[in-house]
Design a protein around this ligand. Structure first.
Ligand code: AMP
Length: 406
């Protein structure tokens, strides 16, 4: 790395998508952002926004056979803005990796041994790690000389004590198959809990925070003095809160029932619980804006949307109560991600009735729209309730840069 190398490219590879951001860590400025969708299809689409030049968004359509083709197309777009991947200013590439198991507790520079270890985790993350591995291989082939760093979604949760991380099942079976609660969205929970402490003017070590990451995927975490002590997702991202398309907590016997009585296959049950449940399963919509619109419109359809909303809120309240008990003392509740940052009715309903736990929302403060971290609890509340926008890409870039510039 040269002294002038301050840029980090952040890559988030999904099974058929590639999201990217190029940041300059000198001032944390975003130079370019973009997304390739439908990789492997005839109709792949690249949307590139060159923020550094202030240029207009550019869209390219056409077959991109694989992640290698997608990353080459991204590299060409960046090069057209004078931000090419061959630039000496590029310090590293940071990869979001979903599952790091117990081994990866920190961001890690990727070498062959690390890649092999990430591959060993595929059985516990079959939907996510293969795509992340493809992204890493592709980027390494393009710039073999450049440091590549893996930032794991699970890492922040590796501080969970055994009594929170273990399922109450036969220990030998659990250990043989690495079955335990790993948690996800860790990069977001880490970033938001730290930002929440800063909003309170405190060091993270001084505060206990419940973070509610409510996006299409959703998870809660209990963070004591900067360390995660419990989180709602488990072996996979299916456990916990009601999500856009995932059921969250469910009696595992439902799966036996679906197989034995409803005659569904393993894959059908998997798809039902991961893709056709949660809000979309309950009311046909997984977008909170649409659900609120239907509730406001009323009638029978509104009642169906209202029930989905109520189930979503009921689960949130249960986790707020549980994590208040786990933490003993709660200093702040932080709402983040698409729903948490934007849906004032969700925040209002989740906190309503929790005055005994020291939690309340001020209606005027809750109605404010802003990209900045802000308090929405009334002045003098025992527990600060806050909206704290997440920024997983910035966190990945910061962790990557800290590692390669150390
Ligand atoms: P994320 O996964 O963090 O990108 O969040 C995506 C979800 O955020 C969408 O599916 C919507 O449910 C929700 N969302 C985004 N914008 C709004 C908004 N203005 N009001 C309510 N919900 C929103």
């Amino acid at each position: 790395m040269t002294a002038t190398a301050t840029r980090v490219l952040v890559l988030n590879s999904g099974s058929s998508s590639l999201k990217y951001q190029l940041l300059d860590m000198h001032d944390a400025a975003r130079l370019a952002v973009g997304l390739v969708e439908r990789i492997g299809e005839e109709t792949s689409r690249l949307v590139h926004t060159p923020l550094a030049t202030g240029g207009a968004k550019r869209e390219t359509e056409g077959a991109m056979a694989d992640h290698a083709a997608a990353l080459k197309a991204v590299a060409a777009e960046l090069a057209a803005d004078g931000l090419g991947l061959d630039s000496p200013q590029l310090a590293a590439i940071g990869h979001r990796v979903v599952h790091g198991g117990l081994k990866f507790t920190e961001p890690t520079v990727i070498d062959d041994a690390v890649l092999t270890e990430i591959e060993r985790l595929v059985p516990v993350a079959p939907l996510h790690n293969p795509a992340n591995i493809t992204g890493i291989r592709t980027a390494r082939a393009l710039r073999p000389d450049l440091p590549q760093v893996a930032v794991f979604d699970t890492a922040f949760h590796t501080t969970m004590p055994e009594h929170a991380a273990r399922y109450a099942i036969d220990v030998a079976t659990a250990d043989a198959h690495r079955i335990r609660r790993y948690g996800f969205h860790g990069t977001s929970h880490a970033y938001v809990s730290r930002k929440t402490a800063a909003l309170l003017g405190k060091d993270p070590s001084e505060v206990n925070v419940i973070v509610l990451h409510l996006g299409n995927g959703a998870s809660a975490s209990a963070v004591a003095g900067g360390r995660c002590v419990d989180t709602s997702m488990g072996l996979t991202p299916l456990e916990g809160l009601v999500m856009g398309t995932r059921s969250g907590d469910i009696d595992p016997a439902v799966t036996f029932h679906l197989k034995r009585v409803a005659g569904m296959s393993e894959d059908e049950v998997d798809e039902l619980l991961n893709k056709k449940s949660g809000l979309i399963g309950l009311c046909g919509d997984n977008d909170m804006r649409e659900i609120r619109r239907r509730i406001d419109a009323g009638g029978e359809d509104g009642a169906r949307a209202q029930l989905a909303f109520d189930i979503y809120i009921h689960r949130l309240k249960k986790y707020l109560g549980a994590y208040t008990a786990v933490l003993g003392r709660v200093d702040a509740v932080a709402f983040t991600a698409g729903v948490g940052e934007n849906a004032a009715p969700v925040r209002e309903a989740a906190i309503a009735g929790l005055a005994q736990m020291g939690m309340a929302v001020d209606a005027d403060r809750n109605a404010v729209r802003s990209d900045e971290p802000r308090l929405i609890s009334p002045e003098g509340s025992r527990v600060a309730v806050a909206v704290v926008p997440t920024d997983e890409e910035l966190e990945i870039a910061q962790q990557t840069y800290a590692l390669v510039s150390a």
